[in-house]
Design a protein around this ligand. Structure first.
Ligand code: 5GP
Ligand code: MN
Length: 336
């Protein structure tokens, strides 16, 4: 879906634009938001990027980071901007549930909505649609949008690095099945446009604290559970682990992939105890659709091989629910 011409017509005159993305933004969410932000500023619009909640500090290097408004910290100012906006860009999510407390004000706003996203089953009905579930990353869709609007020359080094960060992380560093030849060509262009891929990769992946590595060792040794029969591996991380290892937001990111890397494992999960709810992340290899599983049982969603959801039960109850349901569903899939 690409409403390029309609959006171009709408943006003929300067507009007040808000860009937002899902809660707990990742590199694709923030990179595509800031990449688009810089582009729209250059077109002469008034642009603000508002995130529903904070993001890990390994994303703070992105150009434009100081401009990002955190809704949790500046509710009043953010709500005023949203209500005054002509256009609300929804990036890397397609259901208002994913912007948490910002949902109410976003639904109340009179702004037109542009949706740029690659998740399955979109709920938002946009005025301008740039949704495509075959895209590897929202950053890929933003790249296409900018090129369709103004040609690739409109992408400077800063935008190129924001978009590269989104593509690199959402493809699992060019390993996921979403890594097409188009993605590699796009990345080649981004390098020609100035992206320092070694710098971006180091800033995102090689900024571990010693505590984080110690925690990784602890999690692998003590927290990893394996059901070889069902071919499931998962971690359960308690609030105390966060305290013991002085973990920060984002420190558990990527851990689930260690579970999926075990030979023979087809579904991996991480269950993380939070202050108010439990966050679950699911990964799979092959046919088992973890987005359906997350949607059906944990109020979540995502992609076929990478999804997430939440639970309001206790940690023990959540683990029990997860393991019983996943074993049942995996068995069902195999019987078919
Ligand atoms: P992660 O496990 O890295 O947080 O998320 C993996 C994928 O699942 C991402 O595409 C993300 O957008 C999606 N996802 C994660 N948590 C949720 C959730 O609570 N609800 C929905 N609908 N999708 C989620
Ligand atoms: Mn994404």
């Amino acid at each position: 879906m690409k409403d390029t011409q309609a959006l171009k017509d709408f943006l003929q005159t300067p507009k007040k634009i808000i860009i937002t993305t899902h809660a707990n933004p990742d590199a694709d969410a923030l990179g595509s938001s800031l990449g688009l932000h810089h582009f729209l500023i250059r077109l002469g619009h008034e642009v603000n990027t508002i995130v529903p909640s904070s993001y890990p500090d390994f994303l703070e290097w992105m150009p434009g980071n100081p401009l990002v408004i955190n809704y949790e910290k500046s509710k009043e100012a953010a709500e005023k901007l949203i209500l005054e906006a002509d256009l609300l860009f929804c990036l890397d999510f397609s259901g208002f549930g994913r912007i948490k407390e910002m949902r109410e004000i976003a639904e109340k706003a009179s702004a037109k909505i542009a949706l740029v996203d690659h998740h399955l089953n979109p709920e938002i009905k946009p005025d301008f649609n740039f949704w495509n579930d075959h895209s590897a990353a929202t950053a890929e869709l933003i790249y296409d949008l900018i090129v369709d609007f103004s040609g690739k020359e409109a992408i400077d080094k800063g935008i190129a690095e924001c978009l590269y960060a989104g593509i690199m992380t959402d493809t699992g560093s060019f390993k996921h099945p979403s890594t097409t030849s188009k993605i590699h060509r796009m990345v080649a262009e981004l390098i020609d446009l100035g992206a320092d891929v070694n710098k971006v990769s180091r800033l995102i992946y090689d900024t571990n604290s010693l505590q984080r590595l110690r925690f990784l060792g602890h999690a692998l040794a003590e927290k990893l559970k394996v059901d070889e029969n069902a071919r499931i591996a998962y971690f359960v991380i308690e609030e105390d682990d966060f305290k013991d290892f002085r973990l920060k937001q984002g420190d558990t990111e990527g851990l689930v992939n260690y579970a999926l890397s075990i030979k023979g494992i087809v579904v991996a999960a991480i269950i993380i105890q939070g202050e108010n709810e439990i966050k679950l992340s699911f990964r799979s290899i092959g046919d088992f659709a973890v987005n359906k599983f997350a949607e059906e049982y944990f109020n979540g969603g995502g992609h076929k091989n990478a999804s997430g959801g939440i639970s309001k039960l206790t940690l023990k109850e959540t683990e029990k629910k997860f393991i019983e349901l996943i074993e049942k569903d995996i068995l069902k899939t195999r019987i078919k």
